[in-house]
Design a protein around this ligand. Structure first.
Ligand SMILES: O=C(CO)[C@H](O)[C@H](O)COP(=O)(O)O
Length: 152
């Protein structure tokens, strides 16, 4: 699967580790920055670029997901969710990773690198990538309601 990934300085180390992990697992990972560690960089442009790439590729028919990482994941989730078509879930345990896909059909996962060990964050990403959307009509209806608001 193609996976678009982004982080600021706070998520830089985790991003680099995840790129290695996901590439080794056979995924095609696109890094939207930060490309170098800069303790003063800002997350919005990186996360918005990753979100835009996810939406553009999915609209073209590809099945792709995104990962945005910061210190808490909050701002990264907020920034990614400003992109029309992005459904970014802030994930903080295995259940929220799985539910983000099952119930929300989230196409982006946001993670706070300062909140978790590398092992925990890697497990969240693996769970998120492996989990399909349930397709349950009640969840699809709710997702459609949000999309309808977004398009107004
Ligand atoms: O998580 C974040 C935003 O939600 C950022 O990574 C965090 O705010 C960066 O903090 P600092 O500039 O103090 O390193």
């Amino acid at each position: 699967m193609r996976i678009h990934i982004a982080s600021d300085h706070a998520g830089f180390e985790l991003k680099e580790a995840l790129i290695e992990h996901l590439t080794a697992a056979g995924h095609d990972v696109v890094n939207h920055g930060a490309l170098v560690y800069d303790a003063l960089d800002d997350y919005p442009s990186f996360c918005i670029a990753a979100g835009e790439a996810v939406v553009a590729e999915n609209e073209a028919g590809g099945g792709t997901l995104g990962i945005v990482i910061g210190g808490s994941g909050n701002g990264e989730q907020i920034a990614a969710n400003k992109v029309r078509g992005v459904r970014a879930a802030l994930v903080w345990n295995l259940a929220t990773a799985q539910l983000g896909r099952q119930h929300n059909d989230a196409n982006v996962i946001a993670i706070g690198a300062r909140q978790h060990t590398l092992e925990e964050a890697t497990a969240f990403v693996d769970a998120f990538v492996a989990e399909p959307f349930s397709g349950d009509p009640r969840h699809a209806r709710r997702i459609d309601e949000v999309a309808a608001y977004e398009s107004r």
